[in-house]
Design a protein around this ligand. Structure first.
Ligand code: CAA
Length: 285
């Protein structure tokens, strides 16, 4: 663990993975952005370029910095590229079987000193770690969406995570100009254990006809100073993700207070997943 972290590989070039790659490159790390197909990795990089070009247009980033950041990010469709990485941050789909498969492969390709982190929002780090031969170097590194804007990173210790791995990841989060928070591995960690029951309760409030989505959001925006109301935020996160996390909490704690609202389940079954499908609690063009 004494080797300094210089090369970060990000697995998954979706919204979270591309955001993490962008922030890593902007803070001087060499980055490999990996996905299952080269087009997907390149699409992730194209999204980063578009966001940075907006910053150039707003005159808060120079053309030369933009070019420098982009030069630091290489696309990949070969998981074997993990052999160059000091830290790997997995941001693939929230599916335990898929993540275990990725971690088993990373374990065989990544150098011995490399730390394997996951951006999971709710899956158990301890179980994922057990799919590798280096559970002491497996850790949660949970970024918030949108990654370039949000300051928090939950750094989650699995049962066997070493202090050295924790310190290394904490230092990377700080170098990325984020605020790391130390969390132990329990369902939903801290962020989603608190956020999701609030969102679920807002959905129950719609379900029971207490008020409209607009007014419920206004209560929390204007009354509690939240930047987005809980139903807008649910649409932004994805209703499928919200349901999934509520199920993890419900199963993990076995307590009825985490029961997903039937209306949430109904919307997900209808394919109303929020902003990404054009409809959730609101309609998007
Ligand atoms: N990428 C990069 N920058 C972005 C962005 C994105 N996807 N979205 C917005 N921004 C930037 C904008 O460029 C803008 O910057 P400037 O003002 O400097 O130009 C700034 O953020 C503000 O954007 P807007 O004025 O368009 O809108 P806003 O004031 O409503 O801010 C927001 C947008 C930052 C997303 C704000 O609404 C917010 O904080 N919402 C809550 C976000 C939140 O709770 N995230 C956590 C979700 S839960 C999660 O991620 C974890 C999980 O496990 C589910």
């Amino acid at each position: 663990m004494s080797k300094k972290i210089e090369h970060v590989m990000v697995i998954g070039a979706g919204q979270m993975g591309a955001g993490i790659a962008q922030v890593a490159a902007m803070n001087g790390y060499t980055v490999t952005l990996h996905d299952t197909k080269m087009e997907l990795a390149e699409k992730g990089i194209a999204g980063i370029k578009k966001r940075l070009e907006r910053d150039v247009a707003k005159e808060r980033l120079s053309e030369s910095d933009l070019a420098r950041f982009l030069r630091l990010i290489q696309p990949s469709d070969q998981i074997g590229n993990a052999e160059h990485a000091d830290l790997i941050i997995e941001a693939a789909v929230e599916n335990m079987a898929i993540k275990k498969n990725i971690f088993a492969q990373l374990d065989s390709f990544a150098p011995k000193h490399a730390v394997l982190a996951t951006n999971t929002s709710s899956l158990p780090i301890t179980e994922l770690a057990a799919a590798t031969s280096r559970p002491e170097k497996v850790i949660g590194m949970h970024f918030m969406n949108p990654v370039p804007v949000m300051k928090l990173v939950e750094v989650i210790r699995g049962l066997q995570t070493s202090d050295a791995a924790f310190k290394a990841v904490e230092a990377v989060a700080k170098a990325m100009k984020k605020t790391p928070v130390e969390v132990n591995d329990f369902p939903g960690f801290v962020s989603n254990r608190i956020l999701m029951p609030m969102i679920n309760e807002a959905i129950f409030t719609v379900y029971e006809g207490v008020s409209t989505p607009e007014d419920i959001d206004n209560v929390m925006k204007l009354g509690m100073n939240h930047p987005m109301g809980p139903l807008t935020l649910a649409d932004f996160i994805g209703l499928d993700t919200c349901l999934y996390i509520m199920e993890v909490l419900h199963e993990g704690f076995g307590d009825d207070k985490y029961r997903p609202c039937p209306l949430l389940r109904k919307y997900v079954n209808a394919g109303w997943l929020g902003k990404k499908t054009g409809r959730g609690f609101y309609v998007y063009d």
